[in-house]
Structures are given as C-alpha cells and as structure tokens.
Write a protein that binds this ligand. Sequence first.
Ligand code: MN
Length: 297
Amino acid sequence: MNKLGVHAFVWTAGWSHDDCAHAIAKTAEVGFDLIEASTLDLDAMDVPFTQKQLEKAGIGVTFSFGLDAETDISSNDRDNEMRGEARLMKALALARDLGATHICGILESAFQKYTVPTTAEGVKRAVAVLQRVGEAAARSNVIVGLEVVNRYESNVLNTASQAVDMCQRIGSTHVKAHLDVYHMNIEESDIGQAIIETGDHLGYFHTGDSHRGYLGSGSIDLAGVFRALVKANYQGPITFESFSSRVVGQPLEGILGIWRNLWEDSHDLASHALMYTRAQLKAAHEAQKQAERSRLP
Ligand code: MN
C-alpha cells in the first residue's frame, strides 16, 4: 500500500518550532500518513523537536531539499563536488535521525536554471558521488530519490528514462528515481508509459497538477497517471506538492516562479488532495481487476 503524504509547503514555508508543530499537526488532522518536510537550509531544522511533533501526531516523514551552484555535484568542479557530497551526507544523517524513510528532490545537480547543457564528465562525477551516498543510504536504510524536473530547474535529469539510466549507472539498491507529474507534463511524450518504463527504479512520487494548484483542477490526465502507478506496481510514497504565493516566499518563489495565488485555504486544498488521491487509486486498482472479471464463462 502506498503511503500518502503532503508537502510541508502546503502549510508553511519555514520550519520554526511554530511552523513545524503546525504543519505536522495539520497533516495528521487531515489524515495523511506522512509529511514531506522540506528546507534548503539543513541547519534550520531542529531534529529532536520535529521528532517529538511527529510522534505526538503519529505520522511518518520524508525529507526533500535541493543542491545549489556551490554544491553542484554535476558541475565537474572538485570544490563543488566535495561540498555537495558533504551536504548530501549531512541530509542523509538528518533524515536518519528524523526517522525519515526517504530523502528526495534535486540531489543530482543544482536546483537552478542552467544556461548550458550538462557534460558527460559532469554526469560521471555526479554518479561517483551518488554511489558513495547510496552506500551510506543503504547503511541508514533511507531511500534516496533523484527528482526528475523540467528543463528550467536542472540540466541533468529532465525525463524518466534519463533517471533510469542514471540509477543503473549508480547501481545502488537505495538510489531511485523520483518522478513528479507536474514536471512530467512538461517533458515526457507519454506520462503513463514513462511511469511504467521506470518500473522498479521508481522510488518516490509527487502528484500535482499543471499549474500546481488543486489536484484535478488543471489539464493533466491524472486518472491515467494513477492507472500507470498501479500498472507499474509502485508501492512507495505518493506525496501531494502544491505551491501558492499565499505560503511560498523567497528564494523558492523566485526559483519556481510562484507568482500566482492558486489557493488560500491550505486545509481545504490538502483535504481535497487526499480525497482525490484515494479515489483515483481505488479506481485504478478496480480498473486493473477488470481483466480478471471480464473472462468469458
Ligand atoms: Mn516535486
């Protein structure tokens, strides 16, 4: 059974004690299995305090972040690589201490708009770093999800097939592809087919819609997405990610281009997303069973 989660930015952009307590309590109140905690500043997270809130609420946690230009492991720059590896290891230790099952996000490059394509040497160097991160992840029993994002946010992984290639080169049981339907809608030729072809390499999944607002209120064929997840026999977390200028501030607002106020009421948005996801998953499982139920006597 997939664990269903919600991105912390649905509730709050920061992770002060008040933010953390509020986001975790609301996630549990709505009925999600887990919260995806997210910060670009690893030092900003009080791990024991967060753990206490998670225990009190009785929910699980995953952790997302992204590298930046100075920690870009794909840049073919030794200083950046060293800083990037240290940052990934630090995030991994933080996730382990938090009791997180997964770390995910743009971990294979910087989270930024590039002006030039990536290079073979840069990818090779990133793979070597992620092999070492994979070994540490296996020891900590944390799955590392490399997020596939659109061309304006990275120049390394823009399609699911690139992520499969990278995972195969890394060759770790604990480094997987993290797919996000918002980005897939921009880059993939066939979203459902891409999910199915990712197969066992799929380790984390973000739902959302074409404008990152209410699930089902955009232009993506979400019924097809959930059917593909069921066909791929994907068992990992499914987390709803949505951004509105109501919550997100700088620097994320600028990097992601969150200019519009797509929702006001976090609780209504999250409750609807959970309901919608459960209904879609149920329908997808029933669709899968139709073949068995439709045999001639
Ligand atoms: Mn995402």
